[in-house]
Design a protein around this ligand. Sequence first.
Ligand code: AMP
Length: 144
Amino acid sequence: MHVEGLLRAKGDAVVVIASRATVGELVDRLAQHRVGALVVSDDGRHVDGIVSERDVVAALAEHGTALLERTVADIMTTEVVTCVPSTTVDQLMSLMTERRMRHVPVVVDGNLTGIVSIGDVVKDRIRDLEVEAQTLHEYIAHGR
Ligand code: AMP
């Protein structure tokens, strides 16, 4: 399976936020969309950064509630690891494990075209294992 297949299953919608938005707005948007990270993009196409709930928690520990008035640009990660539709799920799993991140934006020709999370990867893995188990059951039961 490739990233392309994951996007076909889950859709290509990406919730983005502008770098000048406040952390308070960021928290609202994370809660509203029930996601763990937002891509930071000022024009909606180019990836300027990524910001996850982990960044909010770390910055909250450092700055306290005054953090809510600061901007997304203050806490976002600017060196974003991205993938392409032809990236395999195995490559994605290695990337997420080695870099300790759970979200990877999909970029084609410099444009944001989707995002995949560790949840999408796990879901795909479980589906594969279910198909494999079903095939083995049928083989054992019917010899085919
Ligand atoms: P996450 O596990 O996705 O909640 O993110 C953990 C940390 O990695 C946070 O500091 C994020 O800003 C950062 N991060 C998340 N996704 C990416 C990514 N695709 N590229 C670079 N950093 C990321």
